[in-house]
Design a protein around this ligand. Structure first.
Ligand code: PHE
Length: 345
């Protein structure tokens, strides 16, 4: 009886031919599966008489090998993927991927700013975060008693060096001084970097933040050049149609000085929480370099003029990504950071 079955199935196996993966899988399940024919036959074999076992055992093994070989051959020929095994492992499942990191939102914005100014011919200049009084204040025309020199704003490190008290720089204007001292006009550069101010940490203030300042010094540089440069910058960064306006302001190192507002990037001027329902948001300070500053850096202020500007990267990022709490930038919470995935590397 068992012999008859084996003969019949042997014929079936020999005749079987397919190029289709699903048919081959049916074949596998039918003969080689956990509830398949071979399993049944082996179960039946347990019940046969000892004499029969002797002859049938060999036949049975050959039959099993035939089914396995057939399956293997067809699989190899057809290039059919291994779909599953009796152990329940599906080898076609994709492996575990590894996560690709994300750029910090401030790094993304900084790079975007640099790229825009690069197109206008501005190079990147850098300087030390630990500065002396001369580069951070005096050369920039800060009066002796100016409140920015006060202990409340500045982290002082050491009293009385060769060029005055040593402190953590409060702005990257110090890099402008270093650049002008070291070279000859024309200067066209931006200065990205970290700056420090002695403020209580809250959602809106931090004891350090990041700036990009800019400087352009040459013959006949005018306020019109300043306006057009910053107008171009804003169109590139926030899109065409973004409006700008300048309000008179004061900085010791520029004269005249201005603050620049742009039409709110969130509500487009209609009024929202971000712009406090005014339609405008302030993004930077700017002005014509004060002749005193040029002279302090040994540049002839009769021959040369220039403009400067400075902005906080956090502020720019805030308007781009609507990040309302400054503290998020330095907490390194991966859930926050990985939202800003980019195709740029
Ligand atoms: N240094 C100024 C600040 O830190 C910004 C600024 C730079 C303003 C250049 C005018 C010109 O706030």
């Amino acid at each position: 009886m068992l012999q008859d079955k084996i003969t019949q199935y042997t014929a079936e196996i020999n005749a079987f031919l397919t190029e289709k993966a699903d048919e081959l899988e049916q074949f596998r399940i039918k003969f080689l599966g956990t509830k398949g024919i071979i399993k049944d036959i082996f179960d039946e074999f347990k019940a046969v008489s000892p004499e029969e076992k002797r002859t049938l055992g060999k036949v049975l093994n050959e039959f099993k090998q035939l089914a396995e070989a057939k399956y293997q051959t067809l699989k190899d020929q057809g290039g059919v993927a291994e779909v599953s095994t009796d152990a329940g492992i599906d080898l076609t499942l994709p492996g575990e991927g590894f996560e690709i990191g994300a750029r910090h939102p401030l790094a993304l914005v900084r790079r975007e700013i640099i790229e825009i100014f690069n197109k206008l011919g501005f190079i990147v200049a850098e300087g030390p975060e630990i500065e002396d009084d001369w580069h951070n204040f005096s050369a920039l025309n800060f009066p002796e008693e100016h409140p920015a020199r006060d202990m409340q704003d500045t982290f002082f490190i050491k009293k009385g060096g060769e060029k005055g008290d040593i402190a953590l720089r409060t702005h990257t204007s110090s890099v402008q001084v270093r650049m002008m001292e070291a070279g000859k006009p024309p200067f066209r550069a931006i200065m990205p970097g970290r700056v420090y101010r002695n403020e209580a940490i809250s959602a809106r203030a931090h004891c350090f933040f990041h700036q990009v300042e800019g400087l352009y010094v040459d013959e006949n540089v005018s306020f019109a050049d300043l306006k057009q440069t910053l107008f171009y910058f804003v169109q590139e960064l926030y899109g065409e149609g973004t409006k700008v306006r300048f309000r008179p302001s004061y900085f010791p190192f520029t004269e005249p000085s201005a603050e620049m507002d742009i039409s709110c990037t969130i509500c487009k001027g209609a009024g929202c929480q971000m712009c406090k329902y005014s339609g405008w948001v302030e993004i930077l300070g700017c002005g014509m370099v004060d002749p005193n500053v040029l002279e302090n850096c040994n540049i002839d202020s009769k021959k040369y003029s220039g403009f400067a500007f400075g902005m906080g990267i956090e502020r720019i990022a805030n308007l781009k990504f609507e990040i309302k709490d400054l503290r998020l930038f330095s907490e390194n919470d991966a859930r926050f950071l990985k939202q800003y995935k980019t195709s740029l590397i």
